[in-house]
Design a protein around this ligand. Structure first.
Ligand code: SAH
Length: 401
């Protein structure tokens, strides 16, 4: 008798799974069969069957609107060898991208959830430290197998594996998760890493997310290309990633704004780490939405990289107003010939909706605007072709006449 619970789908509800979409919504479930009528706990591995009894997938059970996150469409054991294999495949992809052996870039994303067929799991690499962030209880319960797989794949290349899931696990699951090292240790929770040859101090214990926003790596390169001779305003700056690249590209002056005191301090530290006091830099702790209300025409390169305004579809309307407001303010005031980099990292906001919103902002500002580039997330944040929702980062580079 099997010890794995079986999820039986309602008639026809296997359609999206046959197209390898990795989520099963609670409304698609007809029946849950648990062995010996034991209750099914969140995070358990379950098998999924069609109503007529065909195996279709297996994955982690979750309480909520997504009921199962698929790990595999095969009837195979999800054992240590399975974890090793999945992480090895992800590692090979990053090797293909030139990230695993680079001295110029020593930080990258190794596992990007659904994009690496590991829904609910994020692993970021900072030098010889791996930071694991679980977004589902299933992944959290597997954290030691994940750590073991990381050690197998990296060998001596890793000295520490830090689990930072306490803030990302479903709040209602009550896991009591405490952040800490799953394996190894580091002398300090902060390490200077390199990204495209530039240096950043990353603190995975105290920082936001896993410590650094790796997803803007390539977009920062583009800021560098446009920065020469420009006066730059970097709003929602966090660690000052865009500020450092702008300075490297020859900006004459950079201003970094974030509502978090700690963030602007980090931005200032990273500017100093790379340039000493050679590039004039001001770091302002302020609400960026208010700050750009009255910036005059001083700036000719502005970056808007707000946090996800829309965390859910329900708040989409307000979020779009928020995006429109900041974009209209930036577009109205930017110096003629200026360049605006504008982003949305809300998964709930589609590329089209973001574009339409920025169009409206341009119309409100009454400026002549050209789209120079349409940006997205870098290749170490891959998109599972069967899960287009995974494309979350959207950006536009605009030339404002
Ligand atoms: N551009 C950054 C990432 C930005 S993350 C990078 O390249 O690394 C979003 C940042 O916005 C966070 O640092 C957060 O502290 C900040 N933030 C959130 N609300 C804000 C507000 N109203 N005004 C200014 N900053 C805000």
């Amino acid at each position: 008798m099997t010890t794995t619970a079986q999820i039986i789908l309602r008639r026809g509800k296997e359609e999206s799974l046959l197209r390898r979409h990795p989520w099963i919504f609670s409304g698609a479930i007809e029946q849950i069969k648990t062995p010996a009528a034991t209750p099914l706990h969140e995070g358990a591995l379950v098998e999924v069957y069609t109503r007529s009894g065909e195996f279709i997938a297996q994955g982690h059970y979750q309480i909520g609107s997504i009921a199962v996150r698929v790990l595999s469409f095969e009837q195979e054991p999800i054992d240590q060898a399975w974890w090793n294999h999945r992480i090895e495949v992800a590692y090979h992809v990053r090797t293909t991208l030139g990230l695993t052996h680079s001295t110029e870039t020593t930080c990258y994303r190794l596992i990007h959830g659904e994009g690496d067929s590991l829904p609910g799991l994020v692993v970021d690499i900072y030098g010889s430290t791996a930071v694991v962030q679980c977004h589902s209880v299933g992944m959290y319960l597997a954290r030691y197998q994940i750590a073991e797989a990381l050690r197998t794949v990296y060998g001596d290349g890793l000295t520490a594996i830090y689990d930072k899931s306490s803030q990302t696990l479903p709040y209602k699951a009550n896991t009591g998760a405490v952040d800490g090292y799953l394996w190894g240790s580091t002398e300090s929770p902060s390490q200077v890493v390199r990204e495209n040859g530039l240096q950043f101090a990353v603190n995975w214990e105290a920082g936001q997310k896993t410590g650094f926003f790796l997803d803007q790596r390539e977009n920062r390169e583009l800021v560098k290309r446009y920065a020469k001779g420009r006066t730059v305003l970097n709003t929602f700056c966090y660690t000052g990633g865009f500020s450092v690249y702008a300075a490297e590209g020859g900006a004459v002056e950079v201003c970094s704004v974030d509502s978090s005191e700690r963030a602007v301090q980090l931005a200032a530290e990273n500017m100093e780490l790379n340039f000493g006091d050679r590039v004039p830099h001001t770091a302002v702790a302020a609400d960026a939405v208010e700050y750009i209300r009255d910036i005059g025409s001083r700036y000719d390169l502005i970056i808007l990289d707000p946090p996800a305004f829309a965390k859910h579809h329900k708040v989409l309307g307000n979020a779009m107003q928020g995006y429109k407001r900041i974009n209209a303010r930036a577009l109205a005031q930017i110096k003629p010939g200026g360049i605006l980099f504008t982003f949305s990292c809300s998964q709930a906001v589609s590329k089209e909706l973001f574009r339409t919103t920025v169009f409206s902002a341009a119309a409100i500002a009454g400026r002549k605007v050209r789209i120079l580039h349409q940006l997205t997330q870098p290749a170490d944040h891959p998109i599972n072709i069967y899960h287009p929702e995974g494309e979350y980062l959207k950006g536009l580079v605009l030339y404002v006449e």
